[in-house]
Write a protein that binds this ligand. Structure first.
Ligand code: CA2
Length: 145
């Protein structure tokens, strides 16, 4: 079983500002959490981070027929990107959505997510732990099918 973990714009800069919202740990630390969760789940995985909407769409399309499950934090594209929603709909790969912060209690513009229309579940507000939970829940979800 192989998972694709996608992180959207600016998440590669984690740790340099807003530690009260996103924590003080950097992107490398997040990759460590993802690595350990995928080992715990016993799945192969690939990570992908991009600041470009089209690159994320391309990566989702490339996953078709190769990847069993997707965990995505689309970052700012969560709230704007019909293109990422359509790509996820097109490939029809089970997807869990993750947000480090609790987007439901932040600015009004962060409270709507296009990706949540296709996500099996959205996990928000648990910091990096949300990625671990998403990976483990995705594994269980795929096993139950
Ligand atoms: O809470 C999340 O995970 C978000 O997806 C993060 C996005 C934000 O636009 C979403 O509304 C919620 C922002 C990612 C920017 O990440 C940085 C955080 C601190 C320092 C640098 C980048």
């Amino acid at each position: 079983m192989k998972f694709l973990i996608i992180n959207g714009p600016n998440l590669n800069m984690l740790g340099i500002r807003e530690p009260h919202i996103y924590g003080a740990q950097n992107y490398e630390a997040l990759l460590g959490v993802i690595d350990s969760a995928c080992h715990e789940a016993g799945v192969e995985y690939e990570t992908f981070q991009s600041n470009h909407e089209g690159a994320i769409v391309d990566k989702i399309q490339e996953a078709y027929g190769k990847i069993d499950g997707i965990v995505i934090n689309p970052a700012a594209y969560t709230h704007t990107s019909v293109a990422i929603l359509d790509a996820l709909k097109t490939v029809s790969i089970p997807t869990f959505e993750v947000h480090i912060s609790d987007i439901s209690t932040r600015e009004a513009f962060r409270q709507h997510s296009f990706v949540s229309y296709v996500a099996v579940e959205t996990i928000a507000g648990l910091g990096f732990e949300g990625y671990r939970q998403a990976i483990l829940k995705l594994k269980k979800h795929l096993e139950s099918k």
